[in-house]
Design a protein around this ligand. Structure first.
Ligand SMILES: Cc1cc2nc3c(=O)[nH]c(=O)nc-3n(C[C@H](O)[C@H](O)[C@H](O)COP(=O)(O)OP(=O)(O)OC[C@H]3O[C@@H](n4cnc5c(N)ncnc54)[C@H](O)[C@@H]3O)c2cc1C
Length: 410
């Protein structure tokens, strides 16, 4: 294969996908700038992140030492009945990290003078020789390739695939964190060092340990990450959940501080009614819960001349595989390999597309099946049968937050 000479890359979006892509490109000799719309340093999105092999591979490729301090290593998974009894315990070693930890690891390895904040992309122009990004502040940037790492609501995707929009899954994830030192000893013993679940009818509650503030991994200083999937009708309940105390209604997602006190009080009251005693106690101890509506995004194409999309901009799978960041890291490795070996940028993007379109479609479909029992509306008998298959405690413990399905025959 021919090594193409490295060129200039414009990366739109400076979160985890953008940083993985930009860092991997720099390792191959590309001249890379990141343009991030948010004006301040990014922080605290999404709380806990389950990690998988491709994410570790990407960190290894970047020469980032992670083995000592990526996150909290757990060994077991537990399912509790609604009355608090332990129903199942299974071995399943895994490293649980936090969004902030991943961001710090990547951001601290990327030069600050090449990371431009307050740069919202508004327009892209391509001609035979290159691509130009135009920003809301009137600035522009030119490159040989432009990579949209701009998330669920990607501006880049909106330009190249205007017909592809996030499709609401019919449920939301309530999220919260409990400081380890707030755990009473008995609760700590039952829950803290496990990926733990409880399964009210048509809902799923799970929790796992992550680093504490400032990536503190010392026992006693960590946090427990809570995720509670609950159905919410798009026209009624979701609308209410996306309206803040100030009366402002948000589209697609609501910033954590804007979630209304009434929604949080309603969620805490529901926790007292429907969850196992362990998780009831956790929600009572949690700091500032927030919520994320769950969406599917599936792009049928990824190569648009010298422009492509990656990470949540290209595919969003429901979080049941716990693989969004791992997929982004894997996308970035495939793209950068293609750019290093193809005869032209256009050819490289076509190769990336050929590899990642089927992969992304498979992950999105699998995660949709895992979450199907959380949807209030299942239309066909096949959908209902599949939902039942993924709802048992055994299935949830076996299938959640693993990529084992990728090794199975399609
Ligand atoms: C409940 C839940 C649990 C999850 N659990 C896990 C897990 O356990 N493991 C895991 O791997 N993943 C998990 N995920 C998914 C993971 O959080 C995402 O896949 C990942 O954070 C996406 O990163 P990204 O960089 O692609 O997008 P984002 O983090 O959304 O970043 C996009 C960036 O682009 C910027 N941007 C947007 N528009 C523009 C523009 N026009 N110009 C310039 N910049 C722009 C934004 O400001 C933002 O910084 C979970 C998600 C949810 C909802």
């Amino acid at each position: 294969m021919v090594e193409t000479s490295a060129g200039r890359a414009v990366v739109i979006g400076g979160s985890l996908s953008g940083l993985f892509t930009a860092l991997l490109l720099r390792r191959r000799g590309w001249d890379v700038d990141i343009y991030e719309r948010v004006d301040s340093e990014l922080a605290g999105r999404g709380a806990g992140i389950v990690t998988h092999q491709p994410l570790w591979d990407a960190l290894d490729q970047l020469g980032i030492a992670w083995r000592e301090n990526l996150g909290v290593e757990i060994k077991t998974r537990r399912v509790f009945g609604l009355d608090g009894h332990l129903l199942i315990e299974r071995d399943c070693p895994q490293i649980m990290t936090a969004w902030d930890r991943m961001y710090d690891l990547l951001r601290s390895n990327f030069p600050s003078d090449r990371y431009h904040r307050g740069k919202g992309l508004t327009r892209i122009e391509q001609n035979g020789g290159g691509v130009t990004a135009h920003f809301a502040d009137g600035g522009r940037a030119q490159g040989d390739v432009l990579i949209g790492c701009d998330g669920l609501r990607s501006t880049v995707r909106g330009m190249v695939l205007p017909e592809v929009n996030p499709v609401y899954a019919g449920y939301v994830a309530w999220r919260g964190l409990v400081p380890e030192d707030a755990f009473p000893p008995a609760l700590h013993e039952q829950l803290f060092m496990h990926l733990a679940f409880c399964l009210p009818q048509g809902e799923q509650m799970l929790g796992y340990p992550v680093a504490g503030p400032n990536n503190d991994l010392r026992p006693g200083h960590r946090r427990y990450n809570l995720v509670w999937y609950r159905p919410a009708d798009e026209r009624t309940a979701l609308k209410r959940l996306l309206t803040g105390d100030n009366g402002v209604s948000y589209d697609i997602s609501i910033p954590p501080p804007a979630v209304s006190r009434a929604s949080i009080a309603e969620m805490r009251a529901a926790a007292d009614r429907v969850l196992s005693p362990q998780f009831r106690e956790c929600w009572a101890l949690s700091e500032q819960p927030f919520l994320q509506p769950i969406y599917d995004v599936q792009s049928p194409r990824l190569a648009f001349g010298r422009v492509t999309i990656l990470g949540d901009a290209s595919y969003v799978a429901r979080p049941h595989c716990g693989a969004g960041v791992t997929k982004a890291a894997d996308d970035a490795m495939v793209l950068v390999d293609a750019l290093a070996s193809a005869a032209s940028v256009e050819d490289a993007l076509r190769r990336y597309e050929a590899a990642r379109v089927p992969f992304g479609a498979r992950v999105v479909a699998h995660a949709r099946h895992l979450g199907s029992y959380l949807q209030a509306q299942l239309k066909t008998a096949e959908e209902r049968e599949r939902a039942e298959r993924h709802f048992s405690p055994e299935a949830v413990v076996r299938e959640t937050a693993t990529l084992d399905f990728l090794a199975e025959a399609s």
